[in-house]
Write a protein that binds this ligand. Structure first.
Ligand code: NAD
Ligand code: LMR
Length: 332
């Protein structure tokens, strides 16, 4: 019996020679991003000085003999990297360095995400799905989206799945449950210290999580700051920002987007707001979403209490400030 060959899905990864790239590429090539029966072709985008390191990673990928991996291209040209791309993981970004103001950081990242957005616009496949991981992820996604007017806006997303996963584990520990028992948790807002992990609609083994916890002080003084400042705590402990957990969350984000959320659950994604829950239209903010057939929808109709409203508004304010800053720089 002969099998019809399935054409590979083109997956572009920027910052491929970085630490997240190293934790990510092998999992994509092994089928964990899209499925164990989906062949992939990797396109690695790096800056010129890091091309040799990317080649080293590609040699290791070859040495794994992954049956699903149909080829690897390495380039420093965004037009080549995004040619025919079906999935783009924008990981490479300019980190904040000493003495750099927030405006400098946004401007430096504009220099990366604007041309990459344009290259996606001009070269990617019609079904392109973009996940921005590089920080500040939400606003970098906004910059890329603005440079890609021909791509439907909803294809540009930012990663808050790591925050979601962090919140799952903190809540599981507090309630003595398993992460698998927790459903309907939400991260709202920015992937930053202002984000709001919301357990008021979450369930622990079918019971309302806020009622199971029944401890608003823990919520305000421990849970929320632990989740929101976890990135900084990892940097402090490891001497480098999260890499394997960030790569894992990127895999989760795309896998869920493509393959759907389980019945009775949802996930968190940074997506262009449609104005739901009073979040200004157009900014890339995290929402509770369900996914099906490669599309996502914001979960509607959730009652937002005063505790949540204040915190969602604070994170959204930070996002509109960032939008105004990049607008002032002519980036959106
Ligand atoms: P890293 O410094 O190890 O790697 C970044 C790579 O990007 C480097 O190899 C660099 O050469 C490359 N790069 C820089 N500019 C580029 C460009 N224009 N085109 C292509 N490649 C380029 O960093 P990392 O630890 O892999 O982290 C990457 C980003 O992810 C950082 O911005 C980090 O803050 C962010 N991050 C986000 C989350 C999240 O939850 N959203 C979590 C962890 C880290
Ligand atoms: C994280 O949440 O781990 C990262 O976004 C932290 C960082 O600043 O890179």
């Amino acid at each position: 019996m002969t099998r019809t060959p399935v054409s590979p899905v083109n997956v572009t990864v920027t910052g491929a020679a970085g630490q997240i790239g190293y934790a990510l590429l092998f999992r994509i090539a092994s089928g964990q991003l899209l499925g164990a029966d989906v062949p992939v072709r990797l396109r690695l985008l790096e800056i010129t000085p890091a091309l040799k390191a990317a080649e080293g990673t590609a040699m290791e990928l070859d040495d794994c003999a992954f049956p699903l991996l149909q080829g690897i291209d390495i380039t420093d040209d965004p037009n080549v990297a995004f040619d025919g791309a079906n999935v783009a993981l924008l990981v490479g970004a300019r980190p904040r360095t000493k003495g750099m103001e927030r405006g400098d950081l946004l401007e430096a990242n504009g220099g990366i995400f604007k041309p990459q957005g344009k290259a996606i616009n001009d070269n990617a496949a019609d079904d392109i799905k973009v996940l921005v991981v590089g920080n500040p992820a939400n606003t970098n996604a906004l910059i890329a989206r603005s440079a890609a007017p021909d791509v439907p806006a909803e294809r540009f997303t930012a990663m808050t799945r790591l925050d979601h996963n962090r919140a799952l584990t903190q809540l599981a520990k507090k309630t003595g449950s398993s992460v698998a028992d927790i459903k309907k948790l939400t991260i709202w807002g920015n992937h930053s210290a202002t984000q709001y992990p919301d357990i008021f609609h979450a369930e622990v083994a079918g019971k309302n999580a806020a009622q199971v916890v029944n401890d608003e002080q823990w919520l305000a003084d421990e849970f929320i700051p632990t989740v929101a400042k976890r990135g900084a705590a990892i940097i402090e402990a490891r001497g480098a920002s999260s890499a394997a957990s960030a790569a894992n969350a990127a895999i989760d984000h795309v896998h869920t987007w493509v393959n759907g959320t389980p019945e009775g659950d949802w996930t968190s994604m940074g997506i262009p707001s449609d104005g739901s829950y009073g979040v200004p239209e157009g900014i890339i903010s995290s929402f509770p979403v369900t996914t099906k057939d490669g599309k996502y929808e914001i979960v509607q109709g959730l009652e937002i209490n005063e505790f949540s409203r204040t915190r969602i508004d604070a994170s959204v304010k930070e996002l509109t400030d960032e939008r105004d800053a990049v607008r002032g720089l002519g980036l959106v």
